[in-house]
Every structure is written in structure tokens, then in C-alpha cells.
Design a protein around this ligand. Sequence first.
Ligand code: GUN
Length: 299
Amino acid sequence: MMQLIDGLKISRAIKAEIAEVVKELQAQNKRVPHLAAILVGNNIASATYVNGKIKSCKEVGFQSTLIQLPDTITEHELISEIHLLNNNDAIDGFIVQLPLPKHIDEKDVINNILPSKDVDGFHPVNVGKMVLDLPGFLPATPKGILELLKRYHIETDGKNVVVVGRSNIVGMPVNIMLSKKAYPGNATVTLCHSATVNLKSYTLEADIIIAATGKINLITADMVKDGVVIIDVGMNKLEDASKKRGYRLVGDVDFENVSKKASYITPVPGGVGLMTVASLLQNTLEAYKGTYYDKLIGL
Ligand code: GUN
């Protein structure tokens, strides 16, 4: 029997855990954690994600600040905003929502975030810490995926995991994290991408497939074995005249047909996306506590 992996239920449970901690801080008359988000331009998807992050802050009792900047902003001006947040003691952590307009170099921008406030885990220092298994901020989406595997007690030890997609946000880090000698982890991970020849030959061998490509119906039922675990990270818009908005959200996996062969599968929406936000809140709480970095020196 296929079991749905309920990202809504798990993300709510995580938020409830965080809200408890915030209540305790408030009872002690302490300041609450404060997350800031920078949103550049008017990409509707990015605005939706950032609004979800701000709304979730309110739900758990965090303070939040949304900084909206026009897409005409220069890279230099954006980096100046980042330096203000780096130096603002009232902000525990912040994110710069990606993608950025084409005239801005994402690597330059990320390099300017103070690692101790980089709750997205995108700065090279945090990526390096992740690779070397040192304490640091883990990127939110992969962290959320591991949390789902853990809370559903899904075995990963010695399993074949096929990751499809090599982005810095999902594919690359989840590949590294599931390769570690840990639970969830200790898996044999294969990272497939746009240059992979015969993707199906890999996915057919997979016990767990993590699809993060942004391509609708990339993973079809003929490409998976019976009992496969499916983690669908895709967030694609599909035209749907029956919806008020004119579209619906679908993942990278042909859910209707693949779910018939899967043992576990994440729905879209209601799966991984909500976990990204929950993980971001967890990271912000750790930033507040100063778990990974000395707050005074930022290292
Ligand atoms: N764009 C897509 N996913 C993410 C994310 O987790 N963080 C940021 N900052 N941008 C994103």
C-alpha cells in the first residue's frame, strides 16, 4: 500500500515545537528570534515563497522583516543592504530569495552574507561545513527532506538513492547529506542531471528517488520499481482551466501513475515545499541561540 508523506502534518508539528520554545522565551521576557527576507523584483513565485516564510514566522511567534527591492537595484546596492543586515544585532538570520535578476551575480551576493546569519546555508563557509560534517546551517530543502525520511522511519542505510537535478539549493547538497555515515544517510547516492544518458537505467535501480529538476512528468511509472520511495521537489505550474488561478502546482513526478507503484510518495503541493519553510524556522532558532557560530565574532 502506498503511503502519502504528509508535509503539512510534519511541518505543523515542527512549527508547534518552535512555537513552544518561543513561548518559553516570552515567559522569560526575552527577545524572540528575528528573520529577515530580501525579495528582489516581482517574480510571482518568489513573492509567494517569501510571503509563506514571513507568515510562518508570525505563526511561531518570530519577529520578521520583509525587504522588497526593485529589480532595477544594482548588485552594489543589494550588497549594501546585506551588509546592513549583517551588522544589525536585532536580526538573527536572513535570506535573499533566489533567483535574482540576471544582472546580479548570485555568487557575489551569497558571498557577502555573514555565515552566522546565513540561515539558508548557501554561503561557501556553510557549504564547506556541510561537506566536512562540521556544525553549520544546512540548506532548508534538503534538511526538510531528511526530516521527512526520519519522521516516516524510512530506511536509507545501504539503499540506492537517485537524485535527479544538481542545483546548489537541492540536488548537490542532498547528494552530500545522504552519502554521510548517519541516519538518514549511509546510502549509495547517484546524482543524475541534464547530461545523464538513459536516466531510466538509474531510476529503475533506485529505492529512493529525489526529483528536483523543474520538469513536469520527468519521472513516469515505467521508470520506477515497485515499492520505490518518491520525494518530489518540483514546483511547476500546469495550466488548469478548472482552477480559479488558471493553473495548478505539480511536481516533477507523474503522481497519478507513479503513486500506484510507490511505497511512499510526497504530494505537490503539501510535501517538500512546506518542509523548506519549517527547516528555515529551525535554522533561524539555531541562529538566535548561536548554536554554530560565536555571535560576537561571527565565526
Ligand atoms: N529559491 C528556491 N528555493 C529557495 C530557498 O530555499 N531559499 C532561497 N533564498 N531562495 C530559494
